[in-house]
Design a protein around this ligand. Structure first.
Ligand code: GAL
Length: 674
């Protein structure tokens, strides 16, 4: 297994390299990522390259028997480039050009920028493409991050217009599908179509969604330019990856991934300004997203946080144990390699307070020892574990286009896509279910349950798959605002939930956006929800049951008794509709009922503890992680005698109820019962 560090040899005196590499070696590091921000060093002026420092660094690292991942340095276009070709700079929604001074200051729609990027990538590929120590490449760094996903300049506008011409073929088609008859927007020339810069009110939602698609496609093709430039020059054994972030950017990671050998992810459960790490379930979901990006293929964590992070604000200091916990969580959920960010905290530049395994003084201390412990603990079992497969239990829907549509029209000031997705993901996580993220291309046959939250932008192909899935006996849980829009971001003319009304056995005639402090109230009337009650948030769909039975109703002055949660039989399957931002307790009860009836066996319920089950040829694995920083948690193990996979001799036996101290993580194993 590869365990590495992100290292910036150019930021340290060469005399220090020896100490660094010796310490890395002592830790058990076997791969080092370098180079991703080094453009101005490598190409000090247009077309003239200076690889001396990188050559030295690569061969120095190699002399310690470690491998190198090279980043293409395009996230940081040099000052000379911007001075000479200011047109490469991105433009914000308000028309303001983003200047030189930080990073990601480019638009992928600038031909000049593409050309300049290609040249540096080709030059690097020629130089390092057959070097033994270089095992692979990372293109750029975190596409679209830090608001660099959208640019609104003249070059972007022209490229957008060309993209639209390609997509629609005729202006008549575009005008019809966007509904440009509204507010006198009928276009008679492609050149009239704007990029969605600031206007007095709001742009046409169909234009906005297409603009997001266009921005995503532009990055996909920019990445392909880089992978083509590399592949034509590098050895076949060298891989190409990209380190994604998944935070609602106008990016289609799955599409970019088609041109990569595998994907990578930068895992920062806490960052600058955050007082606490994000919810364990939110981190888990990001790993599920990584696994789904290339249809279940293992991925790298190219940046795994190792110390407190931040620029002008410093986030929460990860506690002793966090580093191991987040590493274990990553590899348990599908990561195949971990690269820690960063080796040592920089003394200068914007990221002075992005701490690493070593701090500014460069002395190995607590974090160093923690990484050493993690690496040693993985050694006995990692190889087999990484091959182990996941059980298929629950499919969890996510399509970035749906997220974009929500961001365009959140409809309630209380709506936040990540929060609502977490509302529907977290109880499944607390019930220790195995979740995989899917969208329309995935094969859903083996799942027992699909959870489909806030499926607002409903696509025909997906709708058909849902119907087939339920017909064949599967269980689906939909939420409020299902089936409202079509793929053009136009509202359906069918009674809600549109094409899915029959599947859900309901109609929605009226709804209420719960803004500000407003909450709704519901009362459970049947099944798992009978006798329960409580608040709801964000939204109320007032449901008219057609063939569905009613599980909960609203308590309301005007809409009292209207259905809030329903359950329908469709074919051999069962379809739930949760018409509101239901409170956790009720959602949890509903999930327990739905999961059990779907034939899944409930493990245990614990928000702080995460378990992941996997199986290799003859071993069952169980990762058990306590995310709580305060309380020890009790975990009832599945039947059998388990052993600590990290112990070479496997001397300790774990059985029945075990207690995990705060921030403890362990992988257990036992021979498979066949
Ligand atoms: C990542 C980025 C790194 C560094 C890090 C700081 O998003 O890829 O280059 O900026 O954050 O925590």
């Amino acid at each position: 297994m590869y365990i590495g560090v992100d290292y910036y040899p150019e930021q340290w005196p060469k005399e220090r390299w020896k100490t660094d590499l010796e310490l890395m070696k002592e830790l058990g590091i076997n791969v080092v990522r370098i180079g991703e921000f080094s453009w101005s060093l490598l190409e000090p002026e247009e077309g003239s390259y200076d690889f001396r420092l990188l050559d030295e660094a690569v061969s120095f690292i190699a002399s310690y028997g470690m491998k190198v991942v090279l980043g293409t340095p395009t996230a940081t276009p040099p000052a000379w480039l911007v001075q000479k070709y200011p047109e490469v700079l991105p433009v914000q929604e308000d028309g303001q050009t983003i200047g030189f001074g930080a990073r990601r200051h480019y638009t992928v729609n600038s031909r000049v920028f593409r050309r300049m990027s290609r040249h540096i990538v080709e030059a690097m590929a020629r130089r390092y493409g057959s070097l033994e120590a270089v095992i692979g490449w990372q293109t750029d760094n975190e596409y679209g991050h830090e608001k660099s996903d959208r640019s609104y300049g003249p070059r972007d506008q022209k490229a957008f217009q060309d993209w639209l011409k390609e997509k629609y073929g005729s202006l008549d088609d575009l005008n019809r599908r966007w509904g440009t008859v509204f507010w006198s927007q009928i276009y008679t020339d492609w050149a009239q179509i704007p990029v969605p810069r600031k206007v007095f009110q709001e742009h046409n939602p169909s234009l906005l969604l297409d603009f997001d698609r266009f921005c995503a496609d532009a990055y996909t093709s920019y990445n392909k330019m880089q992978t083509d430039a590399l592949r034509a020059r590098i050895d076949k054994r060298q891989f190409i990856t990209h380190n994604f972030v998944y935070t609602g950017l106008a990016q289609d990671q799955n599409a970019i991934a088609e041109d990569l050998d595998f994907i990578s992810f930068d895992n920062y459960p806490v960052w600058g300004g955050l007082a606490e790490p994000i919810h364990p379930a939110a981190i888990a979901r990001q790993h599920d997203l990584c696994r789904a990006t290339k249809q279940g293929k293992g991925y790298w964590v190219m940046e795994e946080l190792s110390g407190a992070q931040g620029w002008s604000q410093i986030g929460y200091l990860p506690r002793p144990g966090h580093l191991k916990l987040w590493t274990y969580q990553a590899i348990s959920r599908g990561a195949e390699a971990i690269v820690y960010f960063r080796w040592r905290a920089a003394r200068f530049g914007t990221e002075q307070f992005c701490h690493g395994i070593l701090d500014h003084d460069g002395k190995p201390r607590r974090k160093f020892e923690e990484v050493r412990g993690v690496i040693q603990s993985l050694e006995p079992f990692a190889d087999d574990f990484l091959e182990a497969v996941f059980p298929k239990e629950i499919g969890f829907y996510h399509d970035p286009e749906n997220e974009w549509a929500w961001n365009i029209q959140p409809q309630s000031d209380n709506f936040s896509y990540p929060q609502e997705v977490l509302r529907f993901y977290e109880p499944a996580h607390a019930l220790q279910m195995q979740t995989d993220i899917f969208r329309e291309k995935e094969d859903l046959t083996d799942y027992k349950v699909l959870i489909v939250p806030v499926y607002f932008l409903a696509k025909k192909e997906m709708n058909e798959k849902f119907k087939q899935f339920a017909e064949a006996g599967g269980t689906i849980i939909f939420s409020y605002r299902t089936g409202v829009k079509d793929a053009d971001n136009v509202v359906t003319d069918q009674t809600l939930p549109g094409e899915l009304a029959e599947l859900c056995g309901i109609e929605v005639h009226e709804y209420d956006s719960l803004r500000g402090e407003r909450k709704g109230s519901v009362r459970g009337v049947r099944g798992a929800l009978g006798g329960t009650g409580g608040n709801t948030e964000v939204w109320c769909d007032f449901i008219e049951p057609i063939s569905a039975e009613v599980l909960a109703v609203y308590e309301d002055t005007w809409f009292d008794g209207k259905a809030a949660v329903t359950k329908n039989q469709y074919g051999k399957g069962t379809v739930y509709y949760v018409g509101s931002g239901l409170n956790r307790d009720m959602l949890l009860r509903l999930y327990k009922e739905a999961f059990t009836e779907a034939g899944l066996s409930l493990q245990m319920e614990n928000t702080a503890v995460e378990t992941v089950r996997r199986a290799s040829g003859d071993v069952d694995y169980l990762s058990v992680m306590n995310h709580s920083t305060e309380t020890a948690e009790h975990v009832e193990l599945p039947a059998g005698s388990w052993k600590n996979a990290s112990e070479k001799e496997n001397e300790h036996v774990f059985k029945g109820l075990i207690t995990l101290p705060p921030l403890t993580s362990i992988v257990l194993q036992k021979p498979k019962i066949t």
